[in-house]
Design a protein around this ligand. Structure first.
Ligand code: HAM
Length: 422
């Protein structure tokens, strides 16, 4: 006898009532992106493995340890997408989206996959909402992208988070810093594996969680101190634009993002209520990614926000998630004729834009009213033979218990007025 099936280890799943929060979070994060002219893009969940090894970088944990890679039936190496930027760039190049008006502004949402050790806020299948703005390098665009994320969190009611930003500068600044950092690292006493990680990308050592590495890196040269004039000016302009639109930030020159494609402005939103997995979103500019993937040499900037962690963060801030299901009216029908007529009424109201639920089958009034209560509907009505013949019903406000008499034909009008009032 096989036991009951269970979801694979470490995946996040959403079902009612929490799934209402999921839907609400995605909708809320999307609205500031729509307001800034971003358009949706839907992409495959799996891609050619090389897209990620080349795009995200072999020195990263994401590529070296965490990819779900398999051979498909045609012998091709396929990987479940661990992040969204490489796929967006592949699609922009493949479909020539960069040959029209620039920047190309896109948003996406969906599942991503990383074979990490599961823990609170860290899953093997998780969800992101992301945007990418491609083809223009302007500090205002950097600030726009960051402000969209900030607005999204604010609209969700989050307050206990901080925006960390830094600049990785332009190619010249990074090259100078790299030389200094490599010679600093050469003098350190490191194991073979760490040394080979550093050889691929020396910045990775700033990101190493081991305390002995952290203390060795304490006096390492920081990129911030190697920015040339142009990079400095650019970073000043980004900070100025953020301040102008009321987005608070902290400059964190030791921040290292987990993906290799970043250049220039990079950022992370950190929530104070989440323990170790505190990053609720992050992103930055990527100057060379498009060219690396075989496209034009255009810059881009974007972010990915972790929907799972945002929901956890909302919970720690006491933001009520169960109330995120919205129903205008619950209709209870008693008796055969009433059930037939109310079914038509329910459909009419739904077509008029109201959210309406109803009882099914022959239910006793008490049980049906319990269901009405549980549904969270703002109003309820009971329709029986008496109501049908009088054409009048009692509209009950489920929060206050108050009732008002309304005609069946005037129900939609009354509901609309009450919705506007509330
Ligand atoms: P990332 O920092 O790797 O960036 O991921 C973005 C966000 O996804 C994180 O801040 C976190 O909230 C969430 N996240 C990442 N891994 C997990 C996990 N295992 N479980 C739960 N949540 C997770 C990127 O993915 C870039 N593509 C962002 C970007 C877009 N940069 C430029 N454009």
């Amino acid at each position: 006898m096989s036991s009951q099936f269970q979801a694979p280890k470490g995946v996040s799943e959403y079902f009612p009532p929490r799934s209402n929060a999921f839907e609400y979070v995605v909708r809320t994060l999307t609205s500031p992106a729509l307001a800034a002219g971003y358009e949706p893009i839907e992409l495959p969940i799996f891609e050619d493995t090389e897209l990620f090894t080349r795009g995200v970088g072999e020195s990263t944990d994401v590529v070296s340890k965490e990819m779900y890679t398999f051979e498909d039936r045609g012998g091709r190496s396929i990987t479940l997408r661990p992040e969204g930027t490489a796929g967006v760039m592949r699609a922009v190049i493949e479909h020539n989206l960069d040959r029209g008006q620039l920047p190309v502004k896109l948003f996406y949402k969906g599942p991503f996959f990383r074979a990490e050790r599961p823990q609170a806020g860290r899953y093997r299948q998780f969800y992101q909402f992301g945007i990418e703005a491609i083809g223009v390098n302007d500090p205002q665009l950097d600030a726009e992208v960051i402000a969209i994320a900030y607005q999204g969190y604010k609209r969700l009611g989050l307050t206990n988070f901080t925006l960390h930003i830094t600049s990785l500068g332009d190619a010249e600044s990074r090259a100078k810093h790299r030389t200094a950092l490599v010679s600093f690292i050469e003098k350190l006493d490191l194991d073979e594996e760490t040394r080979s990680r550093a050889a691929k990308n020396p910045l990775r050592l700033f990101d190493d969680k081991r305390s002995e590495i952290q203390s060795k890196m304490h006096s390492a040269p920081l990129l911030m101190d190697f920015l040339n004039e142009a990079s400095k000016e650019n970073f000043v302009a980004v900070k100025k634009a953020l301040t102008a639109v009321g987005v608070p930030f902290e400059v964190n020159p030791r921040m290292v993002r987990g993906l290799d494609y970043y250049t220039g402005t990079t950022f992370e939103f950190v929530h104070s209520g989440l323990g170790a997995q505190s990053g609720i979103g992050g992103g930055g500019r990527y100057d060379g990614l498009m060219a690396t993937l075989g496209g034009q040499n255009l810059s881009g900037i974007g972010f990915g926000l972790g929907i799972d962690r945002i929901i956890l963060a909302m919970e720690t801030e006491g933001i009520s998630l169960t109330s995120m299901k919205y129903t205008d009216l619950y209709v209870v029908a008693l008796g055969e004729r009433a059930r037939e007529e109310s079914f038509v009424l329910v459909n009419q109201l739904r077509n008029q834009g109201f959210v309406v639920e109803q009882s099914y089958g022959e239910r006793a009034l008490k049980g049906a009213m319990k269901a009405a209560d549980k549904s969270g509907a703002r109003f309820a009505i009971v329709i029986g033979d008496a109501e049908l013949s009088s054409g009048s019903i009692e509209l009950k406000n489920m929060a206050t218990g108050e009732t008002v008499s309304v005609t069946l034909s005037g129900l939609a009008q009354t509901l609309a007025e009450k919705s506007r009032l509330l």
